[in-house]
Structures are given as structure tokens and as C-alpha cells.
Design a protein. Structure first.
Lengths: 84, 162
């Protein structure tokens, strides 16, 4: 199962901090997952239609949308960071 | 490796105590660079609410601190970042860099702050007196400040790029 995390305004807009779902059969990369999430429509559609405003981490490391994904990965979506 | 402490906590930190811990057992330190970030008010802001990504935040802070130790030859380093609700005027982040000489201590402190702002997964929400709240947007000049170190520390920085 993929464990997907959402932070900051993504979590607020999606109404959830995380979810688990089976690795989609044809999903090989973060981009494939984004395409699947966007296809849900609603807030998912609105948010994932603009991936340039989102950052991603795979297994707690910053990654690009080209990064490969595998079953049991932890994938986090969040806005650009604003700490410090 | 020199002693590195990184911590994420809701509680306040004690700079004097942390400095004493950093210096314990050290006999070659000539100076400690110190930066304390504070919640700045204005425009009706009353507090910040800080959120983070537990696990990834600590590992990114550790990588940033390790990079600073390597790049600037630090003899020790402490980075503490607070989370949760922090009122205007409250300390939010502490960076301490112990080095043989002040130049490295100052530079490393600035380097860590620049990279913390762009490479550690924290997010701030602004809370205003009238009850409004809004997520802070990332600043282009923070990216620029962080990027100026890239030429100097390209090898260490490559894996930290967001």
C-alpha cells in the first residue's frame, strides 16, 4: 500500500492528512500518481492540475515528479517550505 | 564528526543552556555563532502556527547541520526549531555554530538559516487579530539566498535540493 501524506494548505483543502491506497497497476512514477489523483476531480483535480505549486517527497526525501514509486512507499505532497 | 544536535519541539529553548552544552568538553572553540529567529509582528499579526513533517524534518535538519560542519569545519552545531502556536515576539528557531575562528562561525550560521528556510519541511500559518489566518507563501529571495551557497557547496548540496 502507498501511504500518502498531505501538509499545510493541501491538507486543509483535501480535508485529510493522509490516506493509504494500493499502488495503481500502471503507476511507475510520482507523475503517474499525480495523474491518478487529479482524475478524482474536485479539490484533487484543482490541486493536482497545478503540480508546479506542489513539492513532493518520496520516503522522506525531496523528489521530482519523475521519481519512481513502489509499493509501500511513503509519498508526501506539500507546498514550498516556509520554516526558519 | 563534531557533535551535532537537531531538535523540533513546541517548548521554548534556553540559548545559554544550549551554548553550555555545545561547549562542554571542547577546548579548541574560539567562538560560537548564534542566531535566534523571532516571530515578527505587523499588519495585525498575533501569532504563527508552525507545522512540520515529523521524521523528514529531523533528517533534513541533520543533513543541513552535517553539511555546515563539513563545509565550514565546525567543532559543533545545534539547531532547534519550534513548532505549534508561537505569539509575536517569541523565539522560533535557534542556530549555534562552534568554530575555531569567528569567520566560520558567522558564515555557517547564515548558511544553516538559508538552507533551513528552503530545505526543511516546515510551514507557517499567520494568525491575525481579526481571526483571519493564511498560509505563508515561499519567498523567492529565500531561494536566492540559499542558492548562493550552491557554487561553494555543490557536492554537499546536491542531495538536499528541493
Amino acid at each position: 500500500m502507498l501511504h500518502i501524506l498531505y501538509f499545510a494548505w493541501l491538507r486543509d483543502r483535501l480535508g485529510r492528512a493522509d490516506e493509504t491506497l494500493p499502488l495503481p497497476a500502471d503507476a511507475r512514477s510520482v507523475q503517474d500518481l499525480i495523474t491518478q489523483l487529479r482524475a478524482r476531480g474536485g479539490e484533487y483535480g484543482a490541486i493536482f492540475a497545478r503540480p508546479e505549486q506542489i513539492r513532493v517527497a518520496v520516503n522522506q526525501r525531496f523528489a521530482t515528479v519523475a521519481a519512481p514509486i513502489a509499493a509501500n512507499d511513503e509519498i508526501a505532497f506539500f507546498p514550498p517550505v516556509t520554516g526558519g | 564528526m563534531p557533535p551535532v544536535t537537531v531538535r523540533v519541539q513546541p517548548d521554548p529553548f534556553d540559548t545559554a543552556h544550549e551554548t553550555a552544552l555545545l561547549l562542554r568538553g571542547q577546548d579548541m572553540v574560539g567562538g560560537v555563532g548564534a542566531f535566534t529567529g523571532v516571530v515578527r509582528g505587523g499588519n495585525g499579526l498575533v501569532a504563527l502556527e508552525l507545522e512540520h513533517y515529523p521524521g523528514m524534518t529531523e533528517s533534513q535538519m541533520q543533513r543541513i547541520a552535517d553539511s555546515a560542519c563539513e563545509r565550514f569545519g565546525l567543532l559543533g552545531c545545534t539547531v532547534i526549531h519550534r513548532v505549534g502556536r508561537l505569539e509575536v515576539g517569541m523565539p522560533i528557531v535557534l542556530v549555534l555554530c562552534a568554530a575555531a575562528h569567528r569567520g566560520s562561525a558567522f558564515e555557517a550560521t547564515e548558511f544553516i538559516m538559508d538552507w533551513l528556510k528552503t530545505r526543511a519541511p516546515f510551514w507557517k500559518r499567520e494568525v491575525f487579530a481579526d481571526g483571519r489566518s493564511a498560509w505563508v507563501e515561499a519567498r523567492a529571495d529565500d531561494d536566492a539566498a540559499a542558492a548562493r551557497w550552491d557554487g561553494i557547496v555543490a557536492a554537499a548540496g546536491a542531495e538536499l535540493k528541493k
